[in-house]
Design a protein around this ligand. Structure first.
Ligand SMILES: [Zn+2]
Length: 583
């Protein structure tokens, strides 16, 4: 709803749905739903909380966090300027407001996102605040309710914002293990990294009437497919028809519906003790939590191998190197690094995605489960493999193989090389966001060693769906990013030709990500590049895999999971926290 004229703006607003001129007080009484056409206007987080919880029960959780600009991001404006402007215009500290409250007399912890604040984007502070809210729910043994509104991960914080998808997901996994209910309420709009993590990996997913949810946005899909989108694409009613949400709820019924769900799930919650006590975890580097006497883990921090060339190579040149069609693919590595690969197919739900290959293989004399994105060298190969962009069937095949590996006691090695998940209509209809979200969550609790290698392009959520691991390695000329440089340039710069600047600003190279702690070790490539000497690249990759995998094999699974969670928990406030000496 937009105000009509400055003089009248306190009194009247115009409906975005039917353009009716509405008396503001009447609109507010009607919960900002147009009485003429039923359009649900977007709500600010404080107003949303006021509408949902029992009067007098709201207790906001602290939201003070140190200033964060973890990668010193500058587009046409420095990131801190954008943050200050968002704070001034919303009166909020960040894009989420967290609180404890009761709904229909039932206690819960709520985290409510606010789209007005930088598009509700998920940055380190937002991830940290939601994670703390989830930890509060765990401490209080009450349900967690997430009200989402977001354009996706916050690109101004680079790959660290991508890590938040894992951080919040593992907090949700801890609530699952403790038998505590998690509910997400999708409001308009919920996209990208938020859709592909905590908006869809909760126990229950409700959609407010008129909400739209998806992994890729409609504009991107239209651009990629060159086709008009089906009627109602990604809207709540269509999501319900495709099995993506539990129910669509009118705003006026939301409070009652949440109250009823909290009441219905209460006995089970109260009666069942947590199956796995999950100690509250402080964010800290993995190493500090290792018992001194345990020689089982890799001696660390493995000093990042100092690669010669890329220390001076421009980020954009590295992007082009990572995309080089001659670069070895997952199937090439399965041939050169591993022995006896036996491919396994299918998600058991109706599909087998060619962009993901997986199966059992031997690494030296150890059996492992290998899962990776497959691109190709020729146009025909690339097309047959959908350019390495996995569909939901691909993510579900990967999920099946990860779980199988854990059951069989096999370690998992993933090879990540994808521009991103498939930005298509049917991928969205088949639940792209939820498929990625489930993989991320499952990896945070998988009771077997997981070793990930970014071998080429690590594109956003599609990459993270295979990269929540105990150790994350990266080939020297690979890249790993929250968004493609072209996509970032199109949004924050006047146009796509700024992709080289965006590539530099995003800190997507292996040495940068090693410094940020996202990556544990850089695997050096032959002096020119991987594609010039695939045999030597394979030799180096094999050595790095063995060095990093073997020590993990002796760690008890429960401890592996605990350490993996600490690894991802530290990205929350971390950079900021470390700088300011907080927590
Ligand atoms: Zn209207």
């Amino acid at each position: 709803m937009t105000a009509t004229a400055p003089r009248e703006e306190q009194l009247w607003s115009r409906c975005a749905g039917c353009a009716s001129l509405l008396y503001r007080k009447r609109l507010r009484r009607n919960l900002d739903v147009c009485p003429e056409c039923g359009e649900h206007a977007r709500l600010a987080a404080p107003e949303r909380l006021r509408q949902l919880v029992d009067p007098g029960s709201l207790r906001p959780l602290p939201d003070e966090l140190p200033e964060a600009d973890p990668i010193d991001f500058v587009d046409v404006l420095p990131y801190p300027h954008r943050l200050s402007a968002a704070r001034a215009s919303t009166g909020l500290t960040e894009a989420v407001v967290c609180a404890t409250a009761t709904i229909g007399g039932h206690p819960a912890v709520l985290a409510v996102m606010d789209f007005r604040f930088l598009g509700g984007s998920l940055g380190c502070a937002v991830g940290e605040l939601i994670t703390r809210a989830a930890e509060r729910a765990l401490d209080d043994r009450v349900p967690l309710i997430l009200i989402t509104a977001s354009g996706g991960a916050r690109m101004q914080e680079g790959t660290l914002s991508l890590m938040q998808m894992a951080t919040v997901s593992q907090a949700i996994a801890a609530l699952r293990e403790a038998g505590l209910l998690t509910v997400s309420v999708l409001t308009d709009p919920t996209y990208g990294g938020v859709a592909a993590s905590f908006a869809t990996n909760t126990d229950l997913v409700l959609a407010e009437s008129g909400a739209r949810m998806g992994f890729a946005g409609p504009r991107v899909i239209r651009q990629v497919t060159g086709r008009a989108l089906p009627e109602g694409f990604q809207t709540a009613d269509v999501l319900l028809r495709h099995g993506q949400v539990d129910m669509v709820v009118q705003r006026r019924s939301l409070r009652g519906r949440l109250g009823a769900l909290l009441a219905a799930t209460r006995p089970a919650r109260a009666g069942r003790p947590p199956s796995l006590p999950v100690p509250r975890q402080e964010p800290a580097p993995l190493r500090e939590h290792l018992p001194d006497a345990d020689p089982a883990l890799p001696a660390d921090p493995t000093p990042p191998t100092t690669p010669g060339a890329s220390a001076v190579r421009d980020a954009w040149d590295t992007v082009r190197m990572a995309r080089h069609p001659g670069r070895p693919t997952t199937l090439d590595y399965l041939d050169s690094v591993f022995d006896g690969f036996v491919e396994l197919h299918g998600d058991r739900l109706g599909g087998d995605c060619p962009a993901i290959v997986g199966g059992v293989a031997r690494l030296a004399d150890r059996h492992v489960m290998v899962i990776g994105h497959q691109k190709g060298h020729t146009t025909a190969e690339l097309m047959a493999r959908n350019f390495g962009m996995a569909s939901p069937a691909g993510h579900r095949k990967a999920l099946r193989l990860m779980r199988l590996a854990a059951r069989l006691g096999l370690p998992v090695v993933t090879l990540v090389d994808t521009p991103g998940a498939d930005p298509g209509v049917s991928a969205e209809e088949q639940g792209q966001a939820a498929a990625i979200a489930e993989n991320i969550l499952t990896l945070t609790v998988l009771p077997t060693p997981v070793l990930a290698v970014i071998t080429g392009e690590g594109g956003s959520g599609g990459a993270l769906a295979l990269a929540v691991a105990d150790r994350v390695l990266m080939l020297e000329n690979a890249v790993y990013s929250v968004i493609s440089p072209e996509g970032c340039a199109a949004i924050l710069w006047p146009d796509r030709s700024a992709a080289p600047q965006a590539a530099r600003a995003l800190r997507l190279t292996a040495p940068d990500l090693c410094r940020l702690g996202v990556v544990d070790e850089v695997v050096p490539e032959p002096s020119t590049a991987a594609h010039d000497n695939p045999a030597e690249t394979a030799h180096r990759l094999r050595a790095a895999l063995l060095t990093n995998l073997l020590p993990l094999l002796d760690v008890p699974p429960a401890m592996l999971v605990r350490l993996r969670r600490q690894r991802f928990r530290r990205f929350g406030s971390t950079r900021a926290g470390v700088r300011a000496g907080v927590r």
